[in-house]
Design a binder for this molecule. Structure first.
Ligand SMILES: [Zn+2]
Length: 97
């Protein structure tokens, strides 16, 4: 049987308020115009490098957060989660298959 999580489950208690209203919110704001482009005919190959970086970072962040609301949690290790923080020196360490 396939079960979808109820929308309330997407309020993720594992994300602290500071991150949620800070860098995660900023990332959501930065990715919006990119989604606007992609849903109005812009080919992904025509995005600028910084837009691709933002889209990749948002995809990774969203996959990590959603991993907590799956029926069986798929928790990404801490050292990878920390690489998504804006203060982390190197790009995030995550591959999405
Ligand atoms: Zn936090």
């Amino acid at each position: 049987m396939h079960r979808q999580p109820h929308l309330d489950a997407f309020v993720n208690g594992s994300v602290c308020g500071s991150c949620n209203s800070g860098w995660m919110s900023e990332l959501e704001t930065r990715v919006d115009p990119i989604f606007q482009k992609l849903t109005t005919g812009t080919d992904i190959r025509d995005l600028a490098q910084n837009e691709i970086d933002t889209l990749a970072r948002w995809t990774g962040k969203t996959a990590i957060v959603l991993g907590y609301v799956l029926p069986v949690a798929a928790v990404v290790p801490s050292f990878i989660r920390k690489s998504f923080l804006p203060t982390y020196a190197a790009p995030p360490h995550l591959r999405v298959f």
